[in-house]
Design a binder for this molecule. Structure first.
Ligand code: SF4
Length: 71
């Protein structure tokens, strides 16, 4: 598995095609696929499409935060 990276706030950085066992479909995703992009814990759908990377976002699930994982 790839090395897990975190942003400055300790949130896990996720690729749009990644997912974990905490996946929960977001109501806003028309066709929920089991990917971070469609998960309610990611920021993919709330981030602007311009600026930043299209392929990466952060996971807001508290159990995936750096402090929680490395405890
Ligand atoms: S956004 Fe977070 S909780 Fe959702 S599938 Fe991705 S890693 Fe898991």
């Amino acid at each position: 598995m790839e090395e897990i990276r975190y942003d400055a706030a300790g949130l896990m950085i996720v690729r749009e095609d990644y997912y974990c066992e905490h996946y929960e479909p977001d109501d806003g995703a028309l066709v929920p696929m089991k990917e971070c992009w469609c998960c309610k814990w990611s920021n993919f759908r709330t981030e602007g499409k311009d600026g930043g990377s299209d392929s990466y976002s952060v996971c807001n699930y508290i159990g995936n935060m750096k402090q929680a994982v490395n405890r």
